[in-house]
Ligand binder design. Sequence first.
Ligand code: HPA
Length: 244
Amino acid sequence: MLGIIGGSGLSKFSSLGGASGKVVPTPYGDPSGPLVCGHIGGCAVVFLARHGQGHTIPPHRINYRANMWALKDLGVTDVVSVASVGGIRADLGPGCLVIPDQIIDYTWGRGGTYFEDDAPVTHIDFTHPYSQPLRQRILSAALALGESVVDGGVYATTQGPRLETAAEIDRLARDGADIVGMTGMPEAALAREIGLQYAAINVVVNHAAGRGDSHHAISMDAMTEVLRQGMDRVVILIDSMVSI
Ligand code: HPA
């Protein structure tokens, strides 16, 4: 069963039919909100708003462990993570949809593993952090739709909630990052730890700090409309992915 985690701009999944919210407690506490169970074209799907239904949970306060645990508990096997990002690479400007294939983690202090306390020490393989079959499903759906998406990219996860400085973005670029967001980790690693297939659709909503038209500052107003249009495209893409 498919699970969808919606980020900023996607706190409801408009095409989810017959939806009902389930409160799912976990050993790690409460997820970001009720998990919404419904159907897309006859397929069962679960949706979770990462920042809570009223968009009140900042990236560093999200209970990532509870979120992934709750999805698994409801029978989800494959998770598509949707999130907005800033574009670092010059060709990844506002409006691009990126299906990343690598992650660099700059976050700290987030509950980032299930393997601590009484659990045996376990080191998962994370060479390729995203599920290739799930990425391929998204890419095939995009191709079938004629939707333009970028196949691959390195996602840098920063701590937030503030945006980065121009010098921080230069450093991320030197590290090889193409896009920057605040929620990709530890979500991806936790998915791997509990055996969930995980892939992401990232909507570029701004040039990262110091780049392109964000040379002087990042305009929040400009982001809003790009975010809305981008998320509308993501919903169509996921609908098509479920039905092929
Ligand atoms: N930086 C980090 N996270 C983001 C950005 C950004 O520029 N844009 C959207 N999410």
